[in-house]
Design a protein around this ligand. Structure first.
Ligand SMILES: [Fe+2]
Length: 297
């Protein structure tokens, strides 16, 4: 997930001078993570030795709970690749994981202290570097954590980076984000990220399946998103998504369904500038609304 509220200044002096912390939403929560150790691009070292036995144990419990419910709910590409994370018994070492990713799709994972500003986030993605939060949630946050932690970032996001088409989409998204920053259209791209990378569903011959990291790393929303009668599931429509607000504090009311990862990648091919102009001229949509033009699943 990316932050859309803060606008920290990146210190031009560079390495290890510390960068401004980023918080989730609009300000009241104290930042989590040590931003003092971050470089100017917000990356830092993964201090693997600092994880306690209790941290590894918490990761194992989170992993096993999610792995047990993937079958029939997660897309095959995710299920095929999740084993690449290595043993569930301990938090993976990012450098070992990066070696595998490099060989598969030329991506790597890099440690960050926590949430980072949009522009830093887009820049890393455009370089095929996926930022992963170093810290793990507290035991009392086992069922729900507001900010993305190492479990969400690794378990939710990294398996699909082994898929070539999805990996290319993520890079194209980052490159598009850098351009959107200049056009001040980041909110539209944040919505695209939200409804695809975080909460996307995919239509498969076996039925709807989840590919979004926010769903795949959630204890309850995985089943809810695929099987509940409550939310609406609509066909992927780029402009529709860019107009649609989203919820950060409850299950989604609307999920968007892609036909394939190629459809997702192809959607990022056109120049977004005229699309932003078009979207800006039309009303925003609430998360619950349904339009006559929606393709309903
Ligand atoms: Fe995420």
């Amino acid at each position: 997930m990316i932050d859309t509220a803060a606008d920290p200044v990146i210190d031009p002096r560079g390495v290890n001078s510390g960068v401004a912390p980023v918080t989730y939403g609009h300000g009241e929560r104290p930042p989590r993570g040590d931003y003092e150790q971050a470089r100017a691009d917000y990356t830092c070292e993964q201090d693997w030795g600092a994880y306690s036995a209790a941290d590894h144990e918490l990761y194992r419990r989170l992993y096993e709970r999610q792995a047990a419910q993937l079958s029939g709910l997660a897309c095959e590409e995710f299920i095929d690749a999740v084993g690449q994370l290595g043993s569930p018994a301990q938090i993976p070492r990012f450098d070992a994981l990066s070696e595998k990713l490099q060989r598969a799709t030329r991506w790597e994972v890099v440690a960050v202290p926590g949430l980072i500003p949009e522009e830093a986030f887009f820049s890393l993605l455009s370089q095929r570097r996926f930022p992963v939060t170093g810290w793990i949630r507290k035991p009392e946050e086992f069922d729900y954590v507001v900010e993305p932690d190492v479990f969400h970032d690794l378990f939710g996001h990294v398996p699909l980076l082994f898929n070539p088409m999805f990996a290319d989409y993520m890079q194209a998204y980052g490159a598009g984000g850098l351009k959107a920053s200049r056009l001040e259209s980041c909110e539209y791209l944040a919505r695209l990220y939200w409804y695809t990378v975080e909460f996307g569903l995919i239509d498969t011959p076996a039925g709807l399946r989840a590919y979004g990291a926010g769903i795949l790393s959630s204890a309850g929303e995985l089943r809810h998103s695929v099987t509940s009668r409550e939310p609406q599931r609509l066909g992927f429509d780029l402009e529709r998504i860019m107009r649609t607000r989203y919820k950060i504090d409850s299950y989604q009311s609307t999920y968007f369904v892609i036909d394939s990862f190629k459809q997702l990648f192809d959607a990022t091919a056109p120049d977004f500038e005229p699309i932003y102009e078009d979207v800006a001229g039309r009303p925003e949509l609430t998360t619950e609304v349904r339009l006559p033009s929606d393709r309903v699943f």
